[in-house]
Design a protein around this ligand. Sequence first.
Ligand SMILES: Nc1ncnc2c1ncn2[C@@H]1O[C@H](COP(=O)(O)OP(=O)(O)OP(=O)(O)O)[C@@H](O)[C@H]1O
Length: 367
Amino acid sequence: MAVTVLSPDNTTLMALSLKDVHHTYAANQVVKGVSLEIAPGEVVCLLGPSGCGKTTLLRIAAGLEVLQQGSVSLEGQTVATPSQRHLPPEKRNVGLAFQDSALFPHLSVLENVTFGLKQMPARQRRERAVELLAQLGMADYINTYPHMLSGGQQQRVALARALAPTPKLMLLDEPFSSLDARLRDRIRDDTLHVLKKLGSATLLVTHDPEEAMFMADRIALMRDGRIIQTGTPRELYCTPVDPFVVTFFGEVNELSGTVKHGRVQTPVGEIDASWLPEGSNARVMIRPEALRLQERDLPADAHRHSHVVMAKLLGRSSLIHLCAHGTDGQEAHLHARVPGVFLPQEGQPIDIDLDHSQVFVFQDTTF
Ligand SMILES: Nc1ncnc2c1ncn2[C@@H]1O[C@H](COP(=O)(O)OP(=O)(O)OP(=O)(O)O)[C@@H](O)[C@H]1O
């Protein structure tokens, strides 16, 4: 269970608070004014493309990187300010696990996990380590040495070692990325349950949007040293603030048009754009799952109706390539994603309906 710490004025103290953090390597500014708070027990994923500054931010929170500008607080205590205060990593009571966290090769799995529990009586130490290893599916390996373990097993031991002292804050940098897909799903799931059971606040760095959605209570999406949007997975997926956020969560169909009477005409119908200036160019982004398809019976000589170009089974869903025909003669090649097996023939006439909650319209500023 998470223990909520209150400040003297009875407000919850954040497990981690980063305020206006900037960081530069040589002349390269890689973090540009990031503020982020993590509540006790909350799992926050720092998500973004390679090189956007995620790891640097996590290293600053851990104390592995000296803060240049801004401030870092843990449970209301300022642990880093530029050129004044720098509490070293080992005094921050944070658990760290990285993609390639090395285990101590000369210690058994059990000894690796009990290593950070020196203050506890020996029996309690062992119980705690065994319990955590069991939760992460490693109960059968307690007397094994690291070189006898697979990469995935070593990863789980590294997580157990980081979690063992029940840190108030866990900092995880791509901890599952060296694992194959199936193992990764299991370890993610085990890790999420352990984190929630222990109530450790967590900052998890990942470039994988699905992983972030699976793990996070909130996601902070970064681009080029800045946080673009922070919110629940649902908020980022369903109310993205800009096109980058939309595309980061998967393929989208892109259409464009001019706003007339508050609407944009597209080959899949009129789209509301009433908040954009009249006459401006609009960028319409439609997720493949927003297209709802209905097969039509039409005479063979019927033409200029939307139809199937190709259909592929992807496993859990089918991907349908469509040629969409608008009433005004516009055409567009679109991708629709339909759950299960749906494999219409090439040329099959189709009616296309839109789930407007998965359609996003932004002003196109590239003109
Ligand atoms: N020690 C360093 N010295 C110089 N430049 C660095 C150093 N560490 C990182 N960088 C640069 O800072 C930028 C941000 O790196 P960072 O590792 O924080 O990004 P990231 O979002 O975690 O990327 P990835 O997902 O690829 O790990 C990159 O351009 C990187 O090359």
